[in-house]
Design a protein around this ligand. Structure first.
Ligand code: MSP
Length: 640
């Protein structure tokens, strides 16, 4: 459910706290960069920002790993949390605090939280019998368990009967449903919100077992009212979001409630249900929003340490740079949906978007400034109203999209400006204007407007690609993009006339791919003699065509045409494609189908409706049939 941005003065964003035992991979990087983009953008908007990340350090697995390493659990976690901190430095993450659940101040907040609940009668002790998974440190009920196997990790579970403390979560079922229904932006995306509501509709909420006997699990927060027990690790972990605002936010303690918790789809229930109910029980305001993003897969498979297919972000950063990775993660896939990671797709994005569109724009503009004005910003003759309006006005739309965590749409907006500026060069042809003194004034206007346009590009892209965009902004203004605010600097015309601009190095060099086109067919191998094959092309020609899978979201007939259907598709971002399939398909039978589109076809208008690509179909005497895929595959997957 989209919401217009409301004026907020402070902004508090969190990532999940990562299991300290994990080796950081691209999935962890994804959530943290998302939070960083929002934090940087909100700082640019002049808001007070608190951006929190950290590590989840209690539990049996950590204890076992520490013992195996011959270390105390705290020495072990001290060492491991550095892996995450190192990655955040390499990715230019600007978290304001890093919380560790083993910190004494966090522990005392958790204990205080528990004590208050206990004193209010929200926690009771009960005899309990259930299936326990030692690996996941959680109980399951009879109906969850098949053949004695944990539904989550597939390991054997054991029947345990013991006394434990329970948080009376069941009481909050109705209040929770009402809150989710009354606040459409509370759980996003909408599909996830519906899932949570569906789950609550078909399951009466049970009470939550929140203790573990200390003799079975010692590495946890001791229950303040009973030393024989430690706190269930999720209960301890969720409180981090609140406890950080008590002792890690400097002298500003009023960041609670959080503006947005960003989590992966796998941990939405713990947040939407457990965490919401825990806060309700203490009458603490709920966070404003929970956003559950999708998963990155590798060749369609879940990434995991045991499968050995987890993408190492350190290696990717070393090869392509942090900015390119940050851009790719948010350009390639709609935030909220799953996506398949491939280095080829990353290189494709670097070469097309960053090297071709953006990098060329920057180098052409700087080269012309040098050539025609010796690197000094000229004084324009007139204002370029259309460009000025575009540059200034897209801010509102970018802000709305980022408010809804629609990163790809914000990038679409920014790219409208990049594309406009590239076209602006092509249509105005400064090199022709430079030939005559009569057009000297126009040349000054064009070059000035280009540089000013680039200043807007650098500011808007700064949250996504901070290193390169801070450099670009600094070249254009001598200023520091990390401390300016958009309310001060987002008016057209602020670039200083007569300022001498330093030369800039090439921003995003093209990456030469290792995929070598095969040699031209030998004369002795004749081309296939199938009917319809007229012309043989080599693989380099084929590589120019980007085919992608696209999921049809909506379809409607184009007015006045019996043939054309307007499709809204998700091909890793939303786009509109017009297809001539109206004689063979009805619009209502199309949504939900995954088709194949030509994704890099120049947009064209068909009966006045813009088509951003082409849908592939095969035809024979019987008519036409859409090319589809024969298993579920994320939208936006490359077809090769
Ligand atoms: N410690 C808990 C969170 C407690 S928050 C109060 C936890 N940690 S985790 O390290 O396992 O996962 C942290 C986040 O990483 C989750 O949001 C999870 O969805 C995300 N990812 C892990 N693998 C991922 C991908 N392959 N792709 C995208 N994100 C995924 O859960």
């Amino acid at each position: 459910m989209e919401e217009k941005s409301v004026e907020v003065k402070s902004f508090y964003v969190t990532t999940p706290i990562y299991y300290v035992n994990d080796v950081p991979h691209i999935g962890h990087a994804y959530t943290t960069v998302a939070a960083d983009i929002l934090a940087r953008f909100n700082r640019l908007m002049g808001r007070g920002v608190f951006f929190l990340t950290g590590t989840d350090e209690h539990g049996q697995k950590v204890l076992k790993a520490a013992q195996a390493a011959g270390l105390t659990p705290s020495a072990h976690t001290d060492k491991l949390c550095e892996n995450f901190k190192k990655l955040w430095t390499r990715l230019d993450i600007t978290n304001d605090a890093f919380i560790r659940t083993t910190h004494p101040d966090h522990i005392s907040t958790v204990q205080d939280f528990l004590l208050q609940l206990f004193n209010k009668g929200e926690i009771v002790k009960r005899r309990y019998e259930g299936w326990y998974c030692t690996h996941d440190e959680r109980f399951w009920t009879d109906k969850d368990i098949k053949d004695g196997i944990c539904p989550d990790c597939g390991r054997a579970v054991e029947k345990i009967e013991e006394e434990n403390y329970f948080f009376l979560m069941s009481k909050y079922h109705d209040r929770l449903v009402t809150h989710i229904k009354d606040n459409p932006g509370y759980i996003m995306p909408e599909s996830r919100r519906n899932e949570v509501l569906g789950f609550l509709r078909s399951n009466a909420l049970g009470d939550l077992c929140i203790s573990r006997p200390a003799q079975r699990l010692s590495w946890g927060v001791p229950m303040p009212f009973d030393n024989n027990y430690v706190t269930y690790v999720w209960f301890d972990a969720l409180i981090n979001y609140y406890s950080a605002t008590r002792y890690l936010s400097g002298n500003k303690k009023d960041f609670w409630p959080a503006t947005v918790h960003i989590v992966g789809k796998d941990i939405l229930t713990t947040h939407a249900v457990f965490w919401s109910a825990m806060l309700m029980a203490l009458d603490i305001p709920l966070p404003k929003r929970l956003f559950a993003h999708g998963w990155w897969t590798m060749k369609g498979q879940k990434m995991s340490k045991s499968l050995g297919n987890a993408v190492d972000p350190f290696k990717i950063i070393e090869r392509y740079g942090a900015d390119a990775l940050r851009y790719f993660l948010f350009r390639e896939v709609t935030f909220g949906l799953d996506g398949d990671f491939s280095e080829e797709a990353l290189v494709g994005r670097i070469n097309t978007d960053l090297a071709n569109d953006l990098g060329n724009l920057v180098s052409r503009s700087f080269a012309m400034l040098n050539k025609f004005f010796q690197g000094k910003i000229p004084t324009p003759d007139a204002a370029e109203i259309e460009l000025k309006t575009l540059a200034e006005d897209i801010l509102l739309s970018i802000a709305d999209h980022l408010n809804n965590l629609a990163f790809h749409r914000a990038l679409d907006d920014i790219w409208t400006l990049v594309t406009y500026l590239n076209k602006y060069i092509d249509t105005n042809k400064p090199w022709v204007l430079a030939k005559s003194s009569e057009t000297e004034g126009r040349l000054r206007t064009v070059i000035y407007s280009l540089m000013e346009g680039l200043r807007f590009v650098s500011l808007y892209l700064y949250p996504f690609m901070p290193k390169s965009m801070a450099m670009l902004y600094n070249h254009l203004t001598n200023g520091d993009a990390s401390i300016v605010t958009l309310p001060e600097v987002s008016q057209w015309g602020l670039i200083e006339k007569n300022m001498q601009i330093k030369e800039i190095e090439q921003m995003f060099p093209r990456i030469e791919t290792e995929i070598k086109p095969p040699k031209a067919p030998q004369a002795s191998v004749p081309p296939p003699k199938e009917e319809g094959i007229i012309d043989i092309i080599d693989i380099a020609d084929f590589a120019k065509v980007r085919l992608k899978t696209a999921k049809i979201i909506a379809a409607e007939a184009v007015k006045g045409s019996s043939k054309l259907i307007r499709l809204t598709v998700d091909s890793g971002g939303e786009r509109q494609v017009v297809a001539g399939i109206g004689k063979h398909y009805k619009p209502e039978e199309l949504p939900g189908k995954t088709v194949v589109i030509v994704a890099n076809l120049k947009p064209a208008k068909l009966m006045g409706v813009e088509s951003q690509g082409m849908v592939l179909a095969a035809s024979d005497a019987e008519g036409l049939t859409l090319i589809t895929v024969d298993r579920e595959i994320p939208p936006g997957a490359l077809v090769k």
